[in-house]
Design a protein around this ligand. Structure first.
Ligand code: URA
Length: 232
């Protein structure tokens, strides 16, 4: 593949912009500054630099973000910055999509990819991919609350009951809840329907992906494309 085309495929702009990047001496390849935009590149295992920043060629990109509170999962946010502003421009330009959504005041694991099949497989309700949430409640957690979450709660304006797939009481106001659905404000509404209230919410896992302890809020990292595990 020609160098300018490879750069375009990795989100560095249009073919013409990528050509200009090379001609301006901003692209490094194999330890030297590249000068021929039409040089043929072996993409497999190819690493390159743009403005000194190192990149590896990847056909499709998969990454996880530790979403901080105060960011919206939308390209057109209403009141807060977008989660996409936390990703570098080439990844945004490749058209990565968020896998599902987290509320503005929820933190935790959010997956992104430009692989439509991956995004669909993880977002599809049919797959029943487990999502694990660390919940801090306003009021102490009772045995009755945990029992009703596991037995199924009926949400306001939504007659179909939602059943928690697992519910682990971790402390007086701490709960680890596993759900397989992705309805709007699901965990907050489940906890409200069971007679308590969410004070803080963090997603710690989606399918086989877990939020690493060493990934601080606002930071992202590449991940391998794991198949969606299911609780169906
Ligand atoms: N459930 C919620 O209520 N909010 C989220 O952000 C995710 C799940």
């Amino acid at each position: 593949m020609k160098l300018e085309k490879m750069l375009q495929s990795q989100g560095f702009g249009s073919r013409r912009e990528c050509r200009a990047l090379v001609l301006c001496g901003r692209v490094g390849l194999g330890g030297t500054v590249a000068d021929d935009p039409e040089a043929e590149i072996l993409t497999e295992g190819c690493t390159f630099k743009v403005d000194g920043e190192a990149w590896s060629f990847c056909e499709r990109v998969y990454l996880m973000l530790h979403k901080p509170v105060g960011f919206e999962c939308s390209h057109q946010p209403q009141c807060h910055p977008s989660v996409f502003s936390l990703l570098p421009a080439p990844l945004r330009l490749r058209g990565v999509q968020a896998v599902g959504r987290l509320d503005e005041d929820t933190s935790g694991l959010l997956l992104f990819s430009d692989d439509g099949q991956f995004v669909h497989a993880y977002s599809s309700g049919k797959r029943q991919v487990p999502k694990v949430y660390e919940v801090t409640t306003r009021h102490p957690i009772t045995a009755a609350l945990a029992a009703s979450l596991l037995g199924g709660v009926v949400l306001r304006d939504d007659p179909a009951p939602v059943v928690a797939r697992a519910c682990e009481v971790l402390g007086e106001r701490q709960l680890r809840l596993t759900v397989t659905e992705g309805r709007y404000h699901l965990v907050r509404r489940m906890i409200a329907a069971a007679g308590n209230r969410v004070e803080a919410l963090q997603r710690s896992a989606v399918g086989a992906y877990s939020l690493p302890e060493d990934l601080p809020p606002g930071q992202w990292r590449m991940v391998p494309p794991l198949p969606p595990t299911s609780l169906a």
